[in-house]
Unconditional design. Structure first.
Length: 444
């Protein structure tokens, strides 16, 4: 079953989103307000025109003035409109000389109210007076175009929109910039490095969040330091306890044989001296392991011939292997392998692993050293590792070997990992332990 590939989330700028959203709101709102104001102005002008027309119609109804073209012209100049009379007797329309009107005005209600002409360009107010005669007042309608205000209105709106965008951008910066600071600081919370500058001086919720983040970071660092101090003390205690336990037996043996030297026959005295020397060497070895683990020396990187290094380790450990009845067998399948590293430290790793393999076979056996770049494998014919040992592999001061401090594998693993390698331990299917050293930077 194939899993659909996941796509990376698209990064969207919160500042641009805020500016765009509020900008659209301001644009639509301002246009709606312009339309509302236009509608209100139009309604107010229509009401005023209607009131003026009624007043003039009432004046004509009371006065004996003739319904002539001159009267239509003079009345139209006073009202700022076109005036027409309809004579009921002749069914004719009289207006300003040279002015004509569509006969469709007779189809609109004559009720003293404003009506829009069929061409939607003029208002008309019609009145009946002097029995059945009629007077019509026509005036150009206010421009009802929604997006066509006067030029100065456009200028004012443009300035308003620009100021709105600037204000919105400033507000977005006030929110987005500190949020970006907080987002960049989140991965560093609890780390060893200091946090980047945070907006902790703000008095709003962002400032409170920044203060909480800074406080959390400080608390984690403080807790980590206390934990490290406790771990150092615990490690020191375990090291001291382990060393004291391992040194106690050799010291007891040295004390006992030192007491036997006084008055002992020459042969017994020589045997006691050899044992004292052996136990002293054992104590020296334990102390050396401890010192190398507690305070390793400086690392000196240089190109190393791995094949020559393996053969040197085999040559060093051969006398001890022969004494224990163990045969060291090499299987080298690479012609050349050069590795950058610290030669003494890598030699220490090989010596530790070969010593562990030799000590795992007290009745003798065979240790096979297989080399095929970039892997070195060391296998023995001993009982192998127990499940507990595999679970606690590399843990300092854990050892199932009599007289061991449990530092060999721990030190070896640290050295190998410092050289960009990996140390793994398993049990071979044919029996015995199998330790593999694998490097990622092998050069053939």
């Amino acid at each position: 079953m194939h899993q659909a590939p996941t796509t990376a989330p698209v990064h969207r700028s919160l500042a641009l989103w805020l500016v765009g959203s509020i900008g659209v709101f301001v644009l639509v709102g301002s246009v709606a307000l312009v339309a509302l104001f236009q509608q209100r102005v139009r309604r107010e002008e229509a009401t005023a025109f209607e009131t003026q027309a009624r007043a003039n119609a009432a004046f004509l109804d009371r006065s004996p003035l003739p319904q002539s073209d001159q009267m239509a012209q003079q009345l139209g100049e006073v009202m700022g409109a076109r005036v027409f009379f309809w004579h009921a007797a002749t069914s004719s329309i009289v207006g300003k000389p040279g002015d004509a009107v569509d006969a469709q005005i007779m189809k609109l209600p004559v009720d003293g109210r404003v009506h829009l002409m069929p061409d939607e360009r003029e208002w008309m107010v019609g009145h009946v007076f002097r029995g059945s005669s009629r007077v019509f007042f026509l005036r150009p309608a206010v421009d009802s175009g929604l997006l066509m205000p006067a030029g100065e209105h456009w200028l004012v709106l443009a300035i308003f929109w620009a100021l709105s965008c600037l204000l919105t951008w400033w507000l977005a910066r006030r929110v987005v910039h500190p949020l970006r600071q907080l987002a960049e600081a989140v991965p560093a919370v609890g780390g060893d490095k200091n946090l980047p500058p945070l907006p902790t001086t703000r008095g709003d919720e962002i400032g409170l969040l920044a203060q909480a983040m800074a406080s959390t970071h400080a608390s984690i660092l403080d807790e980590r330091e206390r934990r490290r101090a406790a771990e150092r003390l615990a490690l020191l205690g375990r090291m001291a306890t382990s060393l004291a336990h391992e040194v106690r037996n050799p010291v007891s043996a040295i004390r006992l044989h030192a007491q036997l030297l006084d008055g002992a026959p020459p042969e017994d005295a020589a045997a006691s001296a050899r044992l004292i020397e052996s136990e002293a060497a054992r104590i020296e070895s334990l102390v050396s392991q401890w010192m190398r683990y507690a305070k390793p020396g400086p690392v000196v990187m240089q190109p190393i011939d791995v094949i020559a290094l393996v053969r040197e380790a085999v040559a060093i450990m051969t006398p001890q292997a022969t004494h224990a009845g163990v045969v060291l067998h090499e299987q080298i399948e690479s012609d050349q392998w050069t590795l950058p590293g610290d030669r003494p430290r890598l030699l220490q790793v090989l010596n530790n692993l070969l010593l562990n393999a030799i000590q795992a076979m007290p009745r003798g056996g065979r240790v096979t050293i297989m080399l095929k770049a970039p892997v070195i494998k060391i296998g023995d014919e001993g009982p192998g590792f127990s499940e507990a040992a595999l679970a606690r592999l590399g843990e300092p001061f854990y050892s199932e070997k009599e007289g061991g401090m449990g530092l060999g594998l721990a030190v070896s693993r640290e050295i190998v990992e410092a050289h960009n390698g990996r140390l793994t331990v398993t049990n071979s299917p044919s029996g015995g332990a199998l330790v593999s050293l694998t490097w990622n930077c092998a050069q053939h």
